[in-house]
Ligand binder design. Structure first.
Ligand code: FER
Length: 290
């Protein structure tokens, strides 16, 4: 596909999503309920040596149902919020169950999902004053840990595709801000971006993306936020800038606040778009009222 076709498709796609903002677009009931009749992916804890932090750090990793070492998979790095750690998504968001259910319906491209700890400091637990300056700073330091420690580790130990088109970054709240900062800031490393309910750590548009047209290289920009979330300005600010600069993107305002009900829905929608060509039928499927 040439660039203008991609742009045209992107504009159609973003137009559809913008108009979809008025729909009560929610994952169907049962999307996050474990089904013993289907195959399940596997969750493991990995430990990697971080030169950035100077410690051994933990992450969870989800390999899909039917995972085979002899195949090569794209990877989604999925980031937590200020009150969480590498287990937050797993404990509260049930990503393995949501994805297992989607695989059983044939709705996902097989992928590995890594759930890192995005607070890159020696004590990376979400304890004490989680808003303390050094703890907030550690969410910025994670950019280096991710790019130079964690990603190389995953690419060495797991059968993964290593090009940017097979690497996605997404996250909730602080992780949404990290996603915007790191993915717009390293377009050579990521092609898929999902920023859910981004927090105040999100850089301002001029710093985030000084050359707005660079963002045309991304395959998907998915920005979402609950309509009752006080952090909305940090999503809207980026979306306004992208729209002003004619960068196709999804800005999905959904019913809800700053919580896992919204983020589970985001994962449900976003994951189905990953590592696939922009496909009108899929988009329509995602948008069709439940
Ligand atoms: C803030 C408000 C919210 C902030 C961070 C958050 C660093 C993050 C919330 C979350 O991750 O859920 O002022 O400052």
């Amino acid at each position: 596909m040439n660039k203008s076709v991609i742009l045209a498709l992107g504009l159609v796609l973003s137009g559809i999503f913008v108009s979809a903002q008025t729909l009560d677009k929610q994952a169907p009931q049962g999307f996050d309920v474990e089904n013993s009749a289907i195959s399940h992916g596997k969750i493991d804890t990995i430990q990697y040596s971080s030169k950035t932090v100077g410690t051994t750090r933990k992450a969870l990793i989800y390999t899909p149902p039917g995972f085979k070492k002899s195949e090569k998979y794209p990877v989604l790095y999925l980031l937590h919020g200020i009150g969480g750690d590498e287990k937050e998504w797993f404990n509260q968001g049930k990503p393995n169950i949501i994805l297992d259910n989607l695989y059983a319906q044939g709705k996902l491209q097989p992928m590995i999902v890594v759930l890192p700890n995005g607070r890159a400091m020696k004590n990376d637990r979400a304890t004490g004053d989680i808003m303390a300056k050094d703890k907030v700073q550690a969410f910025a330091t994670f950019e280096k840990d991710l790019l130079t420690d964690l990603i190389p580790f995953v690419e060495k130990k797991y059968p993964v595709k290593k090009d940017r088109e097979n690497r996605a970054l997404a996250g909730l709240s602080m992780g949404g801000g990290q996603t915007q900062n790191f993915a717009f800031g390293n377009i050579d490393k990521f092609a898929w971006l999902g920023a859910f309910s981004s927090a105040p750590n999100t850089k301002e548009p001029n710093q985030l993306l000084p050359n707005s047209q660079d963002a045309l290289k991304l395959k998907l920009i998915f920005i979402s936020c609950g309509d009752a979330d006080g952090l909305m300005p940090f999503s809207k600010r980026t979306s306004d800038y992208l729209r002003k600069n004619k960068i196709p993107h999804i800005f999905y305002i959904e019913p809800g606040g700053h919580d896992f009900k919204v983020w589970k829905n985001d994962l449900y929608l976003f994951s189905q778009l990953l590592f696939k060509p922009v496909n009108q039928e899929e988009v329509n499927f995602i948008l069709k009222s439940e």
